[in-house]
Design a protein around this ligand. Structure first.
Ligand SMILES: C[S@@+](CC[C@H](N)C(=O)[O-])C[C@H]1O[C@@H](n2cnc3c(N)ncnc32)[C@H](O)[C@@H]1O
Length: 348
């Protein structure tokens, strides 16, 4: 949880920590920070709901506790996980072209920042960005990102929002500056791929509302490719992806005191060609019984809990989703091997 803040605290939301800092900077360099971190009770109730489904599911948003963030960082450095490496290379090479397209004094709003690496590259590329708002469900991700950006870019106003961007109550803080059409939403990492295409379209419609006509979206989209490359990326030899997936069981045990054993599950990731998505599952190696919030559950040997989808698109298929959400494609970049793409879209 977050420490004590020494700024003006304004209570605009009930049960939510909000501070707006005037003068010297507050939480990890932030000028304003809003904490809507989901409560433990939300994890418990979403878990119970997901375990009542067939097959059982756990949302991938629960991957990112402190250990999950560390493991994700390690995954991004493995040779097999091309996603981060290729997207960073693309961003580093966009330079003047992107800066001219985007224009001056933009307010950059990042969905699911994770670490500061990509946003630092983007802010360096843009022409005098005026403000940066980092959004993430993970307080640890926000701490690292806002702290690093605030000290590396002293002329940029920095905000933080710890929230679940899938929540129906999700709104941007009123502290965000600039007119709507001066906003650029940055959504890297192909995190959009975690949603079914129909949900992805709705999500982009929400981003369109956040931006208003004239605003822009810069989004990273992972591309369809060979099964071998895809499956290697989600089954790295060091076993970090397996640990990342299994950490969900540790969270259930440690945070919610559910009597379930991590050793009784195995990581499974494969490419479902028909659906064009990587699927991650946790497969039980023995029969198990446990309770979640007073309800008894049984998992039989070989039963799988579905923990993540990661949809892979062609650039054209993703453009269709974006157009159906009210965006127009201004420019699409991809690497020479067509592993990953970045699309620059305008809300019309
Ligand atoms: C796949 S990682 C990508 C991180 C980073 N943007 C990158 O490109 O390497 C997804 C990030 O989104 C955040 N995230 C996932 N689901 C979220 C949600 N529902 N609301 C807010 N943040 C979320 C995670 O905490 C994590 O930092």
């Amino acid at each position: 949880m977050f420490g004590t803040f020494t700024g003006n605290t304004t209570n605009m939301h009930t049960n939510i920590d909000v501070f707006v800092h005037q003068g010297s900077k507050g939480f990890e360099g932030c000028d304003y920070f809003i904490n809507e971190e989901p409560a433990k009770a939300d994890f418990l109730s979403e878990l119970k709901k997901g375990f009542l489904e067939t097959p059982k599911v756990i949302s991938p948003k629960f991957f990112y506790d402190e250990l999950g963030m560390q493991l994700f960082g390690k995954i991004t450095e493995t040779p097999e996980y091309y996603v981060t490496r290729v997207e960073l290379e693309l961003l580093e090479n966009l330079g003047n072209e992107l800066s001219e397209l985007v224009g001056k004094n933009k307010v950059v709003i990042e969905y699911g920042c994770g670490s500061s690496r990509k946003i630092a590259t983007l802010l360096r590329t843009l022409n005098s960005p005026s403000e940066y708002l980092a959004i993430d469900i993970s307080p640890d991700a926000l701490k690292e990102t806002t702290g690093t950006i605030a000290s590396a870019f002293p002329n940029v106003r920095v905000g933080g929002l710890c929230a679940d961007f899938y929540s129906s109550s999700f709104v941007l803080p009123r502290e965000v500056g600039g007119s709507k059409d001066s906003r650029l939403v940055f959504f890297p990492g192909s995190t959009i791929g975690n949603q079914e295409p129909r949900e992805a379209q709705k999500f982009l419609e929400n981003i369109h509302n956040v931006l208003g006509v004239g605003g822009n979206l810069l989004i990273g989209v992972d591309l369809r490719k060979s099964k071998d490359l895809l499956e290697a990326a989600y089954n790295d030899q060091m076993g970090y992806t397996a640990d990342f997936n299994l950490n969900l069981i540790s969270r259930m045990k440690n945070e919610l005191e559910i009597d379930i054993s991590r050793d009784a599950f195995n990581h499974l990731a494969f490419y479902n060609e028909e659906k064009s998505r990587i699927e991650m599952h946790l497969v039980a190696s023995v029969d198990q019984e446990f309770e979640i919030d007073g309800t008894k559950f049984t998992i039989l040997k070989d039963e799988a809990i579905h923990t993540e989808n990661s949809y892979k698109y062609t650039s054209e298929d993703f453009e269709t989703i974006a157009v159906n959400s009210g965006f127009k494609l201004e420019k699409c970049w991809s690497d020479p091997d067509d592993l990953f793409s970045i699309q620059y879209l305008k809300a019309v």
